[in-house]
Design a binder for this molecule. Sequence first.
Ligand code: HEM
Length: 532
Amino acid sequence: MTDYPLLLSATIPFLIALFFFFFFRQSPRRASDFPPGPPPIPILGNIHQIPLQKSYIKFAKWAQQYGPIVGLRLGPQRAIVLNTWTAVRDLLDQRGAIYSSRPTIPLIEHMGITDTHPAFMKYTKNWRRARKSMAEYLKDSEVDKRMSIQDAESSQMMWEILQRPGEYKEAVERSFAAVMLDTVYGRRGTIDVTKRFFKIQDEWTALLDPGAMPPFDVLPFLRYVPDWLTPWRGWRQRAEALKQKKDGVYRGLFQDARERVVQGKVDDSFVARLLEEQEKEGYTDYDLEYVAGLLLEGGADTASTAFSVFVLAMAVFPELQRKAQEEVDGVFGKCMPAAPEGADATKLPYLKACFWEILRWRPGFPTGVPHATTKDDTYQGYSIPANTTVILNTWAIEQNPVDHTSPNAFDPTRFLTSKFGTTHPESDAPPTEADAWRRQSYAFGAGRRVCPGQRMAENSMLLAMAKVVWAFDIVSLEGEGELDLSMETGFTDAFLTAPKEGRIGFEIRGERRREVVEREWERADGLLKRFE
Ligand code: HEM
């Protein structure tokens, strides 16, 4: 049997020695011209002051105290938090050549996929190669060609909600993941495949959350600390088991998709394209498994989360739901919204405004996905060294009360009077040259790593939003005011934050609409059969 006290007395001095070795070897001195932030303490820097969950709320408070760019020390590592859109424009957008890498993320490093998972790759040749393949497939003209698939999947979602309103979350997740399975792999997105994927995805986003793993990116000595001595007991096994599952699911989907291409069943999937360029681009099979897998990840989870926020808002604000229904009924009358008109924003301005407001009000990635610098830089008199982690505080930008009146209120009309949802409509203040760089939403990130799936997300979301309010009255089953809208208490503590469980009901808006939902499902099923 292990003698723990003896082992402890031997390991602790060793660990302390190791700690100081790494600290003095790697810790840079805090430069006086580094952006201001809360005073660091020796060794830890600011780590102890950053909450493990929902750090964006604390970052936003620091911004009020220290200014729009907050400088932090995380052990030997430096980080800056950008809290205004102008800082994001100046650095991530306008200096993208040196602000587009990623910091080391413990889970990714431990899983050995730093140069395999494109969303977490550093700014390397391999990232540029993967980004080119993804961006080509996701460009507007290509994405718009797949509207009929998005249309069919959202019709199936309505039918599933009609059958099992209590399991609407499953129907939503299936639908958004299925769009990616159909288009990326050329296979039908059935509930068993999507459920398996989301189970792994939940483990993945939970382990990516800061605090779920020892932060050896900022305290490198933690790599060498025996598992049982840390509060993250079992993290190695969890990360390794996750890697096996993730590799397994991506390999299985990829091989099946390749088989379909070889058999001549599918020729327009993303995998078919990747296979065409495999040799020329020098991709290994493992590379392709993850490039395709990232599109599934990027497209499924994010859009279904944003859609859940829409459903929540509709349930809590029935008067706004009525407005959305009036608009959709006015355009489509007795027919269920269908592609391509369904996503035509000019016909559904209120719904389109709801889309932007969802992303502003409760962004899925409130702290974005961190970037990192690759060269020393100076900005407004501050020095920002190479390898600084750069955090885009989407939450602070989208909740800025100077730009957005009552920022915590869900008010889509702000996007009807101003493109950016700001207090001062453009008609009062015509856009300046600098505004031309302004993004309508920072929920998709910024710079060279900005989300390449925005058009796909917008098309899928608008179709599903139009259909759901056309077909159903969305109601809270928790009693009035009981669904928790607070980002602090009503949303999950994960890297991608989503509304916590709350009971929401879907009441069909009459027999005629029930018939249409059933008929549309049959049509959708016919169209989707080609992926079976
Ligand atoms: C509402 C839906 C979505 C949201 C809120 C969202 C948000 C984001 C954010 C914040 C990033 C990081 C950007 C940065 O580093 O600055 C990102 C990256 C990415 N997203 Fe999305 N996304 C959505 C939908 C999609 C869809 C539908 C796809 C694909 C079909 C997609 C594919 C990707 C990919 C491939 C990346 C990695 C980019 C890179 O590192 O080069 N996303 N997304």
